[in-house]
Design a protein around this ligand. Structure first.
Ligand SMILES: O=P(O)(O)OC[C@H]1O[C@](O)(COP(=O)(O)O)[C@@H](O)[C@@H]1O
Length: 339
């Protein structure tokens, strides 16, 4: 049977489930089109002159890669004029991006990490784009959108997704009605539904963490990883495998495909306490997807989606994936507090 297109899927969600408005459908299709353009740029690599770094740094103080900036521009240009957005925010921009006055405004706010896993760009390893969609607050109508309008907990997201640029280009999406995956047909340029109702297995024996930071992790995470490393002879009674791509998109995609636990924990140093990953455009969209696929996502102790954001570029600890393992880490945090 022919695989459904992204448009067909969204129209069905609009008609049958009522979870997607016409404006949200346009928004998601526009983001998907932009991801297709980013995928083309990524695919050209050195032939397109897109590899390497620029002299600039982003708001996080990280050196910007050419593809970071290009992907950011592709997403801004694609989403400015359609009339579906009130404003955008990006990892690559210090402050929010208002829709220019020459274009009509819509009711949604779009946040994105245009190219996640930048350190993998030049070495031809999977990278991705992450996005999150919120509604502009009702009291924002008739006035200019401000940064505080974006500071909503992840539970308010109406859609979230990522594109992974790997051996295949895929778009994984939730509109709050489960998780689905589309594969880009490179011959026709269409997104085709290939992964219906993605579910994360509850149990796993695979973890993903940057082991080089072990000395900085908070104690409950150290305890958990020590137990994983102890294998069959240890308290967990099974041998674990480890994977770390260093692109959150690729690591989370593997976990959605075959289970596992992904961790970028808070650390013990005062300077690093909050973690590395960004709440609004990395942790929140991924947590929404993971929960919709039956998994769990916490900052160590608390559900990530319940966090009340205080800043656009806020960082957060992340432990997400298969239910049993994530709940174990959470339990270790509780036990550490009781002692
Ligand atoms: O290099 P590290 O410390 O292992 O960090 C890898 C993590 O950083 C990230 O790449 C985020 O950084 P960028 O958004 O700058 O690419 C995550 O995708 C990944 O999980």
């Amino acid at each position: 049977m022919k695989n459904k297109s992204l448009t067909q899927y969204l129209v069905e969600q609009q008609r049958q489930e009522g979870v997607v408005s016409a404006e949200l459908r346009l928004l998601i299709e526009t983001v998907a089109r932009a991801c297709k353009a980013i995928s083309h740029a990524v695919g050209k690599g050195a032939l397109g002159g897109v590899l390497g770094s620029l002299d600039s740094e982003n708001v996080q103080g990280e050196v910007q890669k050419k593809l970071d900036v290009l992907s950011n521009e592709i997403l801004l240009d694609a989403n400015e004029w359609g009339g579906h957005l009130a404003a955008m925010a990006s990892e690559e921009m210090e402050t929010i991006h208002l829709i220019p006055n020459r274009y009509p405004k819509g009711e949604y706010l779009l946040l994105f990490d245009p190219l996640d896993g930048s350190s993998n760009i030049d070495v031809n390893v999977s990278i991705g784009t992450i996005f999150s969609v919120l509604r502009a607050p009702a009291d924002a109508s008739g006035r200019e959108i401000e940064e505080r309008d974006f500071l909503q907990p992840g539970t308010r997201q109406v859609a979230a997704g990522y594109a992974v640029y790997g051996p295949q280009t895929m778009l994984v999406l939730t509109v709050g009605n489960g998780v689905v995956g589309f594969t880009l047909d490179r011959e026709t340029g269409a997104w085709r539904l290939t992964h219906d109702d993605i579910r994360i297995p509850e149990q796993t024996a695979e973890f993903a963490i940057n082991m080089s930071n072990m000395r900085h992790w908070e104690m409950p995470v150290r305890r958990y990883i020590h137990e994983c490393l102890a294998g069959k002879e240890g308290p967990l009674g099974k041998n674990y495998n480890m994977r770390w791509v260093a692109s959150m998109v690729a690591d989370v995609h593997r976990i959605l495909s075959r289970g596992g636990v992904f961790m970028y924990p808070r650390d013990e140093r005062p300077s690093g306490k909050a973690g590395k990953l960004r709440l609004m455009y990395e942790a929140n969209p991924m947590s929404f997807i993971v929960e919709q696929a039956g998994g769990v996502a916490i900052d160590g102790e608390h559900r990530i989606l319940d966090i009340e954001p205080t800043a656009l570029h806020q960082r957060v600890g992340v432990v997400l994936g298969s239910r049993e393992e994530v709940e174990r880490v959470q339990r270790y945090h509780r036990e550490a507090q009781q002692n």
